[in-house]
Structures are given as structure tokens and as C-alpha cells.
Design a binder for this molecule. Structure first.
Ligand code: SAH
Length: 374
């Protein structure tokens, strides 16, 4: 298959450096209240600011028009509601996918991808800068882990696109039809979300809090390489968040070569954790399986996979591999993909093939950051 060149890559000029300013997105409601009352302001100002941030997506303090001017000035000097600075925006030719590279105050970068579907506005966000898991076919893995993102930095990705989608001043070609907000969030950008558990879950709580961003938990998906103890922990959170598990191979012999953490949490333990998760939450779990030609796409492996997960309330999402420059792994052909998917379906396993959104704009798996860094 051939892909067109990207429509454009825009290098954006940061409006103001967020450096050394306190990010209010990293504060809980109580902490924000403490901060604001500490400035000698009444408590209700904190509620106003909270609503401006999470309900009205204010880009800065100047937009918070019901605050006294002096307070706005003061906050502008010492705090920020936008800790991420957009650096590069790439929009696909059909305009349905766009990727943003953001700079963090310490100069690190991260990516997020917005995908427009008919009724969904799905945002793929990062949980870490880089990743420590070392999956051999993944671009993010190659530089290792730089650092965890804070909850505020995770939330900032969502708020940026919430602002973008609702922006009436967008040029007509880029304007988005309703729904003009983020409707779905997937933790499938850079990083292993369950390796940054506390910050990710602080962000999820705020995203699902009806008094904050107010997104339904069922519209959020956490994708994990399979950190067994954290899957058990997630089962106890009591939120209807979706769990996706990156399986990619049905046995340890193969999986340990693709996903090194398999040596610590082998397939049998992982599937047992998924079974406990389903029993506890009654939620259908997704298995992700990136098909690599001649590696994990044989009919035998399809049968083995089917037999091992048949008893689970699950569905398989087959992902055509995004080839990474210099990597030996290649995507399976459409025929090989069909064959693999057909076997799973014959065993009664609901299986979908993920659309290859964003390939031509380097939106797959850590690729923009690499391309820009190179
Ligand atoms: N750390 C999380 C999120 C990673 S990205 C996880 O492992 O699930 C989301 C999905 O993209 C994962 O299933 C990951 O294995 C997959 N992925 C990574 N590199 C890929 C590539 N080059 N092609 C296709 N899928 C890839």
C-alpha cells in the first residue's frame, strides 16, 4: 500500500515559555484552593479557576474574565495552565489524523495524536517520555525511559486538543464538525501507563470527575505491556476504564523476544491476571497483536492464541505493524493478515483489524519524536 505525503508539518512558535512556572494542572482541587487562598483570595476564586481549566478549557489566565485583573496578572507571572508547548503539528492529507509534538518545561518532548472518526474524536496520549519496556519492534523503546510524565502533563495533552477542537477561529479547512470535544482517550502513545501508575490514575480520576473534565470512564482505554501486579491493582479502582493488553505472541518462547518484560510476567501469569480482572470488573478486555511477517503471523500461532484466550471475555485487535526505519520487522501482507484473523474468528474470537491511521505522518508509535530528533 502506498501513502501520500503529509499535507504539512507546521513548526509552531511557542507563545510563552512555561518554564519555572507552577502548573496548576498538577494540583488537586484542594491544593488549588490552598494555593489561591494562600494568595489572599477567597475560596470561590479557586472554583472559578478550576472550572475555567477543566470545563471551559481556558488557554491562559487572561481568558478567565471573571477574575479580578490583578489576580490574573499575578497568576500569569507565577503559574500556567498550559505546561506543554506545541512544537510541530503534522496533519494527514485527509485531515482526519493529526499529530502534535510538544516540548516540556525541561526540554523533553512527547507526542499525542488526534484521530477524527465519524462520531468519535479519539486522542492517543503519552504517559512517559520514552519507555523502559524495550519491546523490540517499538520506536519509543529505542531511546529508553527519560522520565515519567506528571498527571498535569498527561492532562495537558487532553486539554490542548479539547481547546483545539472547540476553537471557532480555526481556519475553515481544519475546522472540525461536532462533536467538537475529545470523546475518547487511549493511553497508546509513548510510555507504559502502568509503569507510571500513580500519575496516570490521578489524571484518569480528573478526566472522569464530573466536576472536572467529566469524560465517561468507558471512553478511556489503558494499554499495557502486561505488568501483572498493576493489572490487579487497576481491577480494584472501581472505574469502568477499558483495559488493553499488548500480547503480540501466544507463548513465552516468542513473546519474550518481542516483549522482554515477558520474562518477568510470562503469558500464563498474564492471562491469569486478565482472567482475574474480568472476574472482578466484568469488562471485556482487548488483546493487541501487532502482526509481523514471518514472526508471529503463522496459522499455528493463530490457533495457539485462540486456544489460550477462548475462555476469556475478550476481543483481539490485530494491528498491522508500523515499520520502523532500520528494523528487521515487516508488516504481514493483507493475505497473511486475513488468514490470521480468519482463524481467530473461526474459533469464535471477536477480532478487528486496526485501521492504519497516521502512518504517512509518522503518527505511529514514537515515530515523530524520532524523526524530529534525527
Ligand atoms: N506501553 C503500552 C502502550 C504502548 S503503544 C503497551 O505496551 O501497550 C500501544 C500499542 O502499540 C501497543 O500494543 C504496542 O505494542 C503497539 N506498538 C508499538 N510499536 C508498534 C509498531 N511499530 N507497530 C505496531 N504497533 C506497535
Amino acid at each position: 500500500m502506498r501513502y501520500n505525503q503529509p499535507m504539512r508539518a507546521i513548526h509552531l512558535q511557542p507563545q510563552e515559555a512555561a518554564e519555572s512556572k507552577r502548573s496548576l494542572l498538577d494540583l488537586s482541587r484542594e491544593e488549588l484552593t490552598e494555593y489561591i487562598t494562600g494568595l489572599g483570595e477567597p475560596k470561590f476564586r479557586a472554583k472559578q479557576i478550576w472550572d475555567w481549566i477543566y470545563k471551559r478549557y481556558a488557554p491562559d489566565f487572561q481568558a478567565m474574565t471573571n477574575l479580578p485583573k490583578a489576580l490574573r496578572e499575578r497568576l500569569s507571572q507565577e503559574a500556567t495552565v498550559q505546561p506543554l508547548t506545541p512544537v510541530t503539528q503534522v496533519v494527514s492529507q485527509d485531515r482526519q489524523t493529526q499529530k502534535l509534538l510538544f516540548a516540556l518545561p525541561d526540554g523533553q518532548t512527547l507526542e499525542a495524536v488526534l484521530m477524527l472518526y465519524e462520531r468519535r474524536r479519539t486522542l492517543c496520549i503519552s504517559s512517559q517520555v520514552g519507555c523502559a519496556m524495550g519491546c523490540t519492534f517499538c520506536a519509543t523503546a529505542q531511546g529508553g525511559l527519560a522520565r515519567n510524565l506528571t498527571a498535569g502533563e498527561i492532562l495537558a495533552q487532553v486539554l490542548y486538543f479539547a481547546r483545539y477542537l472547540a476553537d471557532p477561529s480555526l481556519e475553515p479547512a481544519l475546522r472540525v464538525e461536532r462533536p467538537t470535544t475529545v470523546t475518547n482517550i487511549v493511553f497508546m502513545g509513548m510510555g507504559e501507563p502502568l509503569h507510571n501508575y500513580r500519575q496516570v490514575w490521578t489524571a484518569i480520576r480528573r478526566l472522569t470527575d464530573p466536576d472536572a473534565f467529566g469524560l465517561g470512564a468507558r471512553h478511556i482505554t489503558v494499554s499495557t505491556v502486561g505488568l501483572v501486579p498493576m493489572i490487579d491493582r487497576m481491577a480494584e479502582e472501581g472505574l469502568q476504564v477499558n483495559l488493553a493488553v499488548s500480547l503480540h505472541a501466544p507463548n513465552d518462547e516468542l513473546r519474550s523476544q518481542l516483549v522482554p518484560i515477558d520474562q518477568r510476567y510470562p503469558v500464563a501469569d498474564l492471562l491469569a491476571a486478565v482472567e482475574r480482572y474480568i472476574a472482578r470488573t466484568n469488562r471485556r478486555v482487548t488483546f493487541e497483536y501487532a502482526l509481523m511477517q514471518g514472526i508471529n503471523d503463522s496459522p499455528e500461532l493463530a490457533v495457539e492464541l485462540a486456544q489460550k484466550i477462548q475462555h476469556l471475555l475478550c476481543h483481539v485487535n490485530v494491528i498491522p505493524l508500523n515499520p520502523i526505519p532500520g528494523s528487521p520487522f515487516q508488516p504481514s501482507s493483507p493475505e497473511e493478515t486475513e488468514r490470521f484473523v480468519g482463524i481467530l474468528r473461526d474459533h469464535g474470537i471477536p477480532t478487528t483489524v486496526r485501521l492504519r491511521r497516521g502512518i504517512e505522518i509518522n503518527a505511529g508509535c514514537g515515530q515523530l519524536r524520532r524523526a524530529v530528533a534525527a
